[in-house]
Design a protein around this ligand. Sequence first.
Ligand code: NAD
Length: 249
Amino acid sequence: MTKKLMNRVAIITGAASGIGQAIALRYAREGADIAIVDIADGTSVCADIHRLGCKAEYFKCDVSNEAEVSHLAKNVIDRLGRCDILVNNAGIYPLAPFEEISFKDWKRIFEINVDSQFLMTKAFLAGMKERRWGRVINLTSTVFWLKIEQYTHYVSTKAANIGFTRALSAEVGSFGITVNAIAPGLVKTRTSENSPLAGMFDVLPNTMQSIHRLEEPEDLTGAAVFLASDDAAFITGQTLAVDGGMVRH
Ligand SMILES: NC(=O)c1ccc[n+]([C@@H]2O[C@H](COP(=O)([O-])OP(=O)(O)OC[C@H]3O[C@@H](n4cnc5c(N)ncnc54)[C@H](O)[C@@H]3O)[C@@H](O)[C@H]2O)c1
């Protein structure tokens, strides 16, 4: 079978675990060289990719920090040559009632979930423009369309991810660059399993989804490959819900 991402270099933020890890492994299987970017240790994900016979490097970086991202950009170009596909996946999703969210908490979640997408895209867009080919894929969430409590700060960041996707796509389409977003539903990852969200694992698939099973990180990988591939060359500015049928738009 033809591999869909042969000869591409993909950077995936937050790829040491969860959804980012699943996308990194799937991209490697599709032939891409992979940069695992994470504040946490990504060496074991790299080792898994090497066992597949594919190329991967781990870069430790806080993607909300401008100086670290600038250093990372130089390192990635030195080691992997370029970035064709950027998956802005790193994010946090702590629950808190609005009254308990401090201004410091509010700013920190925006730094990690929103500023990171801005900084990483800034760092790699110029190269994509020069080569007149590029893919930017931003992780948002279906919570944007749902009634959900204790998530004012998080939902606001995920709305910003959608706005960023839509607005940027208009400026870069003529350079062969597409910018799209993926909106997962409730996904079982180590982080969600260890949060109050785990309390919804049994109930939500049967009550809110059309497909009555819990979403796994691997469920996101087909959409991530498609949007990164040449098959999706004429799709941009879109947000694709991959949530078992929770929202329709
Ligand atoms: N899990 C869900 O139910 C769910 C649902 C909808 C959307 N999402 C979105 O998907 C994305 C991934 O979520 P996940 O569930 O896989 O999370 P996760 O916690 O399993 O993985 C996130 C990764 O991001 C890394 N990270 C966090 N802050 C970072 C920083 N400043 N710099 C670099 N790396 C950083 C973490 O170390 C971690 O490895 C997030 O953007 C999240 O908002 C998740």
